[in-house]
Ligand binder design. Structure first.
Ligand SMILES: *[C@@H]1O[C@H](CO)[C@@H](O)[C@H](O)[C@H]1NC(C)=O
Length: 454
């Protein structure tokens, strides 16, 4: 693992020292080699590695690989916009994105829960810098404030709880807690306790009602910010819930019914809201909220299958939403607008891009062999096992998801070709590679989904 950390740290000298002409190519190449190395390394450990600093298992391993894989893709995606800026700003942009991915990776792999907490919060700093420094409009400062305040308010109870566990048991290593089956004694208000323990993660995930920072942050962030936010930062929340679930062995499902209600309503409400969006980026952000609330539902049911479903959902959603943001960005770089109707008819001039849109949208819609389908199947089965009524309500979500994904496809691709689209510059190879490397892991996971099952 130290090897991985050094490989990541070696990106900083590359960023600062490489000649301006080769800045993007060297950093991207290095990012890809780190990504491949990470895949090799994690498979070598067989997702089964623990020492006093790092802890890789079936929960953290796939998410760590996802983090390493997304980094070169963010570089690929942001090249055309950022390389117009002065060279020092380009360097600090790359350094900041490296730093962001590194803190996320360390949060996923840290074995001590306090260390996890520190990196969980530390990832906020580069996110805020990237949003506030490279965002496109003046409301980016407000978005930065929102994300900072929501995250920090949520963090307080979790920190208190960690301090208390440490003072009674003298350790915060999940492996140790598991071995000695240390868990929370029953409290008077188990539901409230669950909420307080997980509120930091529920804000990050985000649970419906705590999600207001997300569309703002996504709309204001530059492309790398959006990709990382949707791809890995939201998953920190899901990871935290799954990781701390070992504390709560007793069945809290009956006392967390109000959270279940919020999450189920949130799934439907955000999926319906997606149908009313005109702004492409905020639609994708809303669909993220909808998918992530499904993860909350799965985490609340807390059976083996629902946890597996949550895990697959996080990986699949990390890839597809990041790909959707890339597609939105390719459109934004050409038309300088996020409005969907302005893109109508773009299928006629960008046929190959239309193929990428179709594939990514089918992935998002959870069409049968895709990983999203596997996750939805697992979650829906566990939900049905818990309550057929809840199953029926959440099943509506499948209809709404299909509706809004088709709405995206129709309103951005189909239709007659308007004149303002005829002069747009064609897609670069870089963009095709970018989208292909989002889709490829998804396709490979279809062949071997047990890699990310818990
Ligand atoms: C991030 O960007 C800021 C502002 O451009 C810069 O001052 C800082 O050094 C960068 N951070 C890193 C870790 O490079």
């Amino acid at each position: 693992m130290l090897m991985m950390i050094f490989a990541w740290l070696s990106l900083f000298p590359t960023t600062l020292l490489s000649p301006p002409k080769y800045l993007w190519s060297t950093t991207t190449a290095q990012g890809f080699s780190i990504a491949f190395m990470s895949i090799y390394w994690f498979f070598l450990q067989d997702f089964n590695f623990a020492d006093s600093l790092f802890f890789i298992d079936k929960i953290s391993g796939p998410l760590a690989i996802l983090t390493c894989w997304l980094f070169p893709l963010t570089l690929l995606a942001s090249q055309s916009k950022i390389s117009l800026e002065p060279i020092n700003r380009q360097r600090s942009y790359i350094a900041n994105s490296t730093f962001l991915q590194l803190t996320t990776l360390l949060a996923f792999t840290a074995s001590d829960l306090m260390l996890f907490f520190v990196f969980f919060e530390a990832s906020l700093v580069p996110t805020m810098i990237i949003i506030a420094r490279w965002g496109a409009q003046e409301r980016r400062l407000e978005a930065g404030m929102y994300i900072a305040f929501y995250t920090m308010l949520g963090a307080v109870p979790f920190n208190l709880y960690l301090t208390k566990i440490y003072s009674t048991h003298g350790s915060l290593l999940p492996t140790l807690m598991f071995t000695f089956s240390i868990n929370q004694q029953s409290t008077n208000y188990p539901g409230l306790f669950w909420l307080m323990l997980n509120v930091a993660f529920l804000v990050k995930l985000p649970l419906y009602c705590l999600h207001l920072w997300l569309p703002k942050a996504h709309v204001e962030a530059p492309i790398a910010g959006s990709m990382v936010l949707a791809g890995t930062l939201l998953k920190l929340g899901g990871y935290g819930i799954l990781r701390t679930s070992i504390f709560l062995q007793e069945d809290t499902l009956n006392s967390t019914l109000f959270l279940m209600l919020i999450a189920i309503l949130g799934i439907l409400a955000t999926a319906l809201l997606c149908l009313r969006q005109t702004d492409l980026k905020s639609l994708i952000a809303m669909s993220s909220v909808s998918h992530m609330n499904l993860v909350v539902v799965a985490a609340l049911i807390s059976t083996q299958w629902s946890y597996s479903g949550a895990m697959v959902m996080m990986i699949a959603h990390g890839l597809t939403s990041s790909a959707l943001f890339c597609l939105a960005n390719t459109a934004y770089e050409r038309t300088n607008s996020r409005t969907m109707v302005l893109l109508r008819g773009s299928m006629l001039i960008f046929p190959l891009a239309n193929a990428w849109w179709l594939i990514v949208i089918l992935f998002n819609m959870a069409i049968p062999p895709t990983p999203s389908f596997i996750s939805e199947l697992l979650i829906m089965i566990s939900l049905f096992n818990w309550s057929p009524l809840a199953f029926l309500v959440v099943a509506l979500n499948l209809v709404f998801t299909t509706a809004y994904t088709l709405y995206v496809l129709w309103s951005t691709q189909r239709g007659p070709l308007p004149n303002h689209l005829k002069t747009l510059f064609p897609f670069h190879i870089r963009e095709h590679i970018l989208l292909f490397s989002h889709i490829l892991p998804g396709l490979l996971l279809i062949l071997k989904p047990e890699l990310i099952l818990l």
